[in-house]
Design a protein around this ligand. Structure first.
Ligand SMILES: Nc1nc2c(c(=O)[nH]1)N[C@H]1C(S)=C(S)[C@@H](COP(=O)(O)OP(=O)(O)OC[C@H]3O[C@@H](n4cnc5c(=O)[nH]c(N)nc54)[C@H](O)[C@@H]3O)O[C@H]1N2
Ligand SMILES: Nc1nc2c(c(=O)[nH]1)N[C@H]1C(S)=C(S)[C@@H](COP(=O)(O)OP(=O)(O)OC[C@H]3O[C@@H](n4cnc5c(=O)[nH]c(N)nc54)[C@H](O)[C@@H]3O)O[C@H]1N2
Ligand code: SF4
Ligand SMILES: [Mo]
Length: 867
C-alpha cells in the first residue's frame, strides 16, 4: 500500500508492504524517490495501540460515541443560542487531512457562522501566507523540489533542513556531490547540521534578516542585478528601492554583525548566478517582523527575475504534512475558503456554493487572540483537533489555565496522554496515520494520498466524520452528508474552480468529478490542476502573470531589524526549535525507543564561554528563566552558538519531563501583519541547579515522579528510564510510589550512593542508581534485564553494580537507524576510519537515512583537531 508520511512538509511517499514489516520509501513518489529520514523509517514502530486514546470520554468516564457526539452538539448549541456564534471556536492543525480541514472550515464558517477557526499553522506558516499574498496576490509557492537539483545557488535562511526537512536536504546533498560547483549559503545565527555543506554561513544577529535582504535589493539595483524585463510586471519598485537605499554594506554589517566581506560574497552570488533558489522556514516566519521578512526575500527574487524558471525562486518550506492543505481550504481565521477572503462578493459566492445563509462575514480570532478570548470567557466552547496548544502555544501556562477555565473543551486526539487532553471535558478518539484516509499537500503544492491500511484502534473515528456527525446534530445534516472522504475532496475541488475564471491560484477543478476509484488511485500531483493543465503544474509564474488585480507582483519596503530584546535581568537570548528525531510534542515519536537515542532528555545548548561564565559544565542541569516562567534541561556545550545565545528544543512536555516545556517562557508577541508569534527570541537568564544527588530509575510503567529538582523520562525497549536529580534523600520518595513496598529489595548503599534493585517473583521490577554525581552505568545492560532477568548470583551482582562484568558503555547514539553509539564511532576513528563512508563501511552508521552524517563529520573533524 502506498501512502504519505505524516510528519514534515517534505511529504515523502511511503510504502507499507505488511504490518509487521518495516516501512520503506516509495520509489515512484516525486518528493523522495524512495528515500525516508529516520522519523519516516520508524513509522512502523508508531503503529502500536499503547498510549492511544481508544474510546470517547466525558469528564474522564468512558461513554459511547453517540453520547459523546450528542454532548458536544448540545454544548455548542446551548452556547451559540445563549451567546452567539462568536462564543465558540475550533483550533485545528496542519496535521489534519484536507478533507478533515475542509469539513471543520465549512462547519464553522459556513453554518455556525463564525470565523473562529484557527490552527497551529498560525504558529508556523502565517507569515509566509501574508508574504506571498502581498507579493503575488495569492498564497502560492512558485517552486518545486526539482529546483533543488537545478539551482546554481541555494540559500537556506532560518531553516535547519538537515534536521527538519531531511529528505529535501538529502536531495541537496546529492546534487552538491554531483555538481560541487553548486553553492550553498546558510543564514542562521546558529551553526547547525545544515552548515555542514555550506560554502558560506552567515551567522547573523537574530532578527536582522530583513536588513540583509534589504541590502541585497539595494545591491541588485546598483550592480546590474535588476532583470529589466521583469519591471513591467512589478509595482512599488521605486518606493521599495528608495526604502532600501540606506542599507549599504556598512549599515548591513553593523545591523547583522557580519563582516562586509561575507555579506558581499552572498550578494554577489545572488546577483551573478542565473539560478538562485531561496529556501526558508521558522527562523524567518516566527518573528515580530515575520511577514516583512518574507517580503524582503520575495522582493529580491522578483526584482532579479529569479522566479518561474527551473532552479530558481522563493521557496517557503512548509512545516507540517498538510499545512498547505489547510491554506487551500482556507482554514485560517482570516481566510474564508479556497483562497477567498471576506469581501462581499466572495462571501456571497461561498454562500451560494455551500447553500447557506449563515456564512461568516468577517475574520475570526487568530490563535493567540483565540486563547486570550477563552481566558476572558468570551469564547466558551472550543474544539481542538490534531494539535497540543497547552504546550506548543507561546505563554503555554496561560493557555493551559484558560483551557482549565473554559466551559466546554472538546479534544480530538490519537494520544490518551497529551498535555492538552488533560483539560478536555470531552475526548474524541481520532484515527491515526495508517487508519485515516484522505489527502495532504506538501511544500511544493503536491497533493498526495494518505491511505488507510490498518483497522482503527478501538473506537477511533475519522476527524471529518466526527465533525460531520456534530454538524448533523446541529441541524446542518444535508450539507455534511458525505459517506466517504472522496466526496469531500470532490466538493473541495469544485469550490476551488467555482467562478474562478483564473482569478484564484488554487484551482483543482479538474478533480471535481473524481470517482472513488480515481481517488484511490490518485497519483501525487501538483496544483493548479485544471482543464488546461490536468496533470498539474510544476512551477508558477513562468508567464509573469500574478494574481493582483493588475496582474503584477508587488514589492514591499523592508522592516527594520529587531532591536535586541535582552535586558540586564535577562541578558541571554533563547532560540527554540527542532531536533532531528523528535516530532513536536513527542506524542508519537517520543514513544519509539530508537528515536529517543539521539537526544534522550531536554537540553540547553550554549556556548562554552557562557557556560563557564555561569559555572556550568557539559552535563550539568540548569534552569532557564524568562520574565514569564522557567524550564530545565541538561547543559550541552555547543561552540556553534554565538555568545549570549542559547538553543532549547521545543519538544519536551509534562509527559516526559518535570518542567521542560519551553513555551512557558516565550511571550505571545506577534508579527502585526500575520499574527504569528515570535517564538525564536526570548530574553532569559540561567540558574544553575545544584542537586545533592542524581540518579537513574528504570520501571516497567510510566509514572510522574514527585517534586524533584529535575526529571526526564525516555522509553527503552519494554521499560521506562527516568533520569533524576534532587536535593533531599535520594531514595525515600521512591518507596512511597505505589507497589514499591511489596517488592523484594537488593541494595548496595553508602551515603547518597544507592544501588537498589526491586524484584517481584524473580522478575526485575525496579532498578535505581543514585549518587552525588550522575552514575555512569550501562543502560542497554540494565534495560535488557527487565526482559531477560539475570539467572546467576554473579549476574545479579553485576546488575546491582550497574555494569556487565565485560564490555563497555555505548555513549550517545548518533546513528539511530543502526543504533551505533559515539563510543564505537570514536574507536573506529582512532583505528583509522577517516570519512563517514569509511565509518559506514565498518559500522553501517550513516548508510541508511544519512541524517547523522553531519555529526559523523563533526566528530571526525574534532578528533582530527585533537590529534
Ligand atoms: N525533526 C523534525 N522535523 C520537523 C519538525 C519536527 O518537529 N521535528 N517539525 C516540522 C515543522 S511543523 C516545521 S514548522 C519545520 C521547522 O523547520 P525549521 O524552521 O528548519 O526548524 P527550527 O529548528 O524551528 O528553526 C530553524 C532555524 O531558525 C534559526 N533561527 C532562529 N532565529 C533566527 C533568525 O533570526 N534568523 C535566521 N535566519 N534564522 C534564525 C534557528 O537557529 C534554527 O536553526 O520543521 C518540520 N520538520
Ligand atoms: N517555542 C516554540 N514553540 C513552537 C514552535 C517553535 O519552533 N518554538 N513551533 C511551532 C510550530 S511551527 C508548530 S507546527 C507547532 C506544533 O505544535 P502542535 O501542533 O501542538 O504539536 P504536535 O505534537 O504535532 O500536536 C499534534 C497533536 O495531534 C495529535 N494527533 C496526531 N495525529 C492526529 C490525527 O490524525 N487526528 C487528531 N485529531 N489528532 C492527531 C497528536 O497526538 C498531538 O497531540 O508548535 C509551535 N510551537
Ligand atoms: S523527510 Fe519528512 S516527510 Fe520525509 S520521511 Fe522524513 S519526516 Fe517524513
Ligand atoms: Mo510548524
Amino acid at each position: 500500500m502506498k501512502t504519505t508520511c505524516p510528519y514534515c512538509g517534505v511529504g515523502c511517499g511511503v510504502e507499507v508492504k505488511a504490518l509487521d514489516a518495516p516501512v520503506s520509501g516509495d520509489r515512484q513518489h516525486p518528493a523522495n524517490f524512495g528515500r525516508l529520514c529516520v522519523k519516516g523509517s520508524a513509522l512502523g514502530e508508531t503503529l502500536t495501540h499503547e498510549g492511544r486514546l481508544l474510546w470517547p470520554q466525558i469528564d474522564g468516564q468512558r461513554v459511547s460515541i453517540e453520547a459523546a457526539l450528542d454532548h458536544v452538539a448540545a454544548g455548542f448549541r446551548r452556547i451559540i443560542d445563549q451567546h452567539g456564534p462568536q462564543a465558540v471556536a475550533f483550533y485545528g492543525s496542519g496535521q489534519l487531512l484536507t478533507e478533515d480541514y475542509y469539513t471543520a472550515n465549512k462547519l464553522m464558517k459556513g453554518f455556525i457562522g463564525s470565523a473562529n477557526i484557527d490552527t497551529n499553522s498560525r504558529l508556523c506558516m502565517a507569515s509566509a501566507v501574508v508574504g506571498y499574498k502581498r507579493a503575488f496576490g495569492a498564497d502560492a509557492v512558485p517552486c518545486c523540489y526539482d529546483d533543488l537539483e537545478q539551482a546554481d545557488v541555494v540559500v537556506l535562511v532560518g531553516s535547519n533542513a538537515a534536521w527538519a526537512h531531511p529528505v529535501a536536504w538529502q536531495r541537496l546533498v546529492q546534487a552538491k556531490a554531483e555538481r560541487p560547483e553548486m553553492q550553498l549559503v546558510v543564514i542562521d545565527p546558529r551553526r547547525t547540521a545544515s552548515c555542514d555543506l555550506a560554502d558560506l554561513h552567515l551567522a547573523l544577529q537574530p532578527g536582522s534578516d530583513s536588513a540583509l535582504f534589504a541590502g541585497l535589493l539595494n545591491w541588485l539595483a546598483h550592480h546590474a542585478g535588476i532583470d529589466t524585463s521583469m519591471l513591467p510586471h512589478l509595482t512599488n519598485v521605486e518606493a521599495t528601492l528608495a526604502a532600501c537605499e540606506a542599507w549599504d554594506v556598512a549599515a548591513v554589517a553593523a545591523a547583522c554583525q557580519l563582516s562586509e566581506h561575507e555579506i558581499v560574497a552572498f550578494w554577489q552570488l545572488f546577483a551573478v548566478q542565473p539560478r538562485v533558489l531561496t529556501l526558508w522556514c521558522m527562523g524567518i516566519n516566527q518573528s515580530q517582523t515575520g511577514s516583512d521578512n518574507n517580503n524582503a526575500i520575495l522582493n529580491a527574487h522578483l526584482l532579479s527575475g529569479k522566479i518561474g524558471r527551473a532552479g530558481c525562486g522563493p521557496f517557503s518550506l512548509t512545516g507540517q504534512p498538510n499545512a498547505m492543505g489547510g491554506r487551500e481550504v482556507g482554514g485560517l481565521a482570516n481566510q474564508l475558503a479556497a483562497h477567498m477572503g471576506f469581501s462581499a462578493p466572495e462571501v456571497d459566492r461561498v454562500a451560494r456554493f455551500w447553500g447557506s445563509d449563515r456564512v461568516a462575514q468577517q475574520p475570526g480570532l487568530t490563535a493567540v487572540n483565540l486563547f486570550n478570548a477563552i481566558e476572558r470567557g468570551d469564547v466558551k466552547a472550543v474544539w481542538i483537533m490534531g494539535t497540543n496548544p497547552a504546550v506548543s502555544m507561546p505563554e503555554g501556562n496561560r493557555v493551559a489555565q484558560a483551557l482549565a477555565k473554559c466551559e466546554l473543551v472538546v479534544v480530538s486526539e490519537v494520544s490518551a496522554h497529551s498535555d492538552t487532553a488533560q483539560f478536555a471535558d470531552v475526548l474524541l478518539p481520532a484515527q491515526a496515520w495508517g487508519e485515516k484516509n484522505g489527502t495532504v499537500t506538501n511544500s511544493e503544492r503536491r497533493i498526495s494520498r494518505q491511505r488507510n491500511f490498518t483497522a482503527p484502534a478501538g473506537e477511533a473515528k475519522a476527524d471529518w466524520w466526527l465533525l460531520a456527525q456534530v454538524a448533523q446534530r446541529l441541524g446542518f445534516g444535508a450539507a455534511f452528508a458525505w459517506q466517504h472522504p472522496c466526496e469531500i475532496f470532490a466538493e473541495h475541488a469544485a469550490l476551488s474552480g467555482f467562478e474562478n475564471y483564473g482569478t484564484r491560484a488554487f484551482d483543482i477543478s479538474a478533480l471535481a468529478t473524481i470517482t472513488r476509484e480515481q481517488y484511490d488511485q490518485l497519483a501525487p500531483v501538483q496544483w493548479p490542476i485544471t482543464a488546461a493543465s490536468p496533470n498539474g503544474t510544476a512551477r508558477l509564474f513562468a508567464d509573469r502573470r500574478f494574481y493582483h488585480g493588475d496582474g503584477k507582483a508587488r514589492l514591499l519596503p523592508p522592516a527594520m531589524p529587531i532591536k535586541t530584546l535582552t535586558t540586564t535581568d535577562y541578558p541571554l537570548l533563547m532560540n527554540t526549535g527542532r531536533i532531528r528525531d523528535q516530532w513536536h510534542t513527542m506524542t508519537r515519536t517520543g514513544n519509539v525507543p530508537r528515536l529517543m537515542q539521539h537526544y534522550d532528555e531536554p537540553f540547553v545548548a550554549l556556548n562554552p564561554l557562557d557556560a563557564a561564565a555561569h559555572g556550568l559544565s557539559h552535563g550539568d542541569v540548569t534552569r532557564v528563566q524568562s520574565a514569564l516562567g522557567w524550564c530545565s534541561g541538561r547543559v550541552t556545550l555547543d561552540s556553534g552558538l554565538q555568545r549570549g545565545q542559547l538553543f532549547v528544543p521545543m519538544h519536551w512536555t509534562r509527559q516526559f519531563s518535570g518542567q521542560a516545556n519551553v513555551d512557558g517562557l516565550v511571550a505571545a508577541t506577534c508579527c502585526p501583519d500575520s499574527a504569528q508569534p515570535a517564538l525564536k527570541q526570548t530574553a532569559v537568564r540561567l540558574q544553575p541547579v545544584r542537586p545533592t544527588w542524581q540518579g537513574w530509575l528504570w520501571l516497567p510503567d510510566i509514572i510522574t515522579p514527585p517534586a524533584l529538582l529535575y526529571w526526564s523520562r525516555a522509553p527503552q525497549p519494554g521499560v521506562q528510564r527516568y533520569v533524576l536529580a534532587g536535593n533531599a534523600h535520594a531514595g525515600e520518595w521512591l518507596m512511597q510510589l505505589p507497589g514499591m513496598s511489596a517488592l523484594q529489595w537488593q541494595q548496595a548503599q553508602a551515603g547518597q550512593q544507592l544501588h537498589w534493585l526491586g524484584w517481584r517473583k524473580g522478575k526485575l521490577a525496579c532498578a535505581f542508581y543514585a549518587a552525588p554525581w550522575l552514575p555512569d552505568i550501562d543502560h542497554p545492560f540494565i534495560a535488557q534485564a527487565f526482559s531477560q532477568p539475570p539467572d546467576s548470583p554473579q549476574q545479579r551482582h553485576a546488575l546491582l553494580g550497574g555494569r556487565p562484568t565485560q564490555g563497555g558503555s555505548h555513549g550517545r547514539t548518533l546513528c539511530s537507524c543502526f543504533g551505533v553509539g559515539e563510543v564505537a564511532i570514536r574507536r573506529a576513528i582512532a583505528e583509522g576510519c577517516d570519512s563517514p563512508a569509511a565509518l559506514g563501511a565498518v559500522l553501517k552508521c550513516g548508510t541508511n537515512c544519512g541524517s547523522c552524517i553531519p555529526e559523523l563529520k563533526q566528530l571526525l573533524s574534532s578528533l582530527r583537531v585533537a590529534q
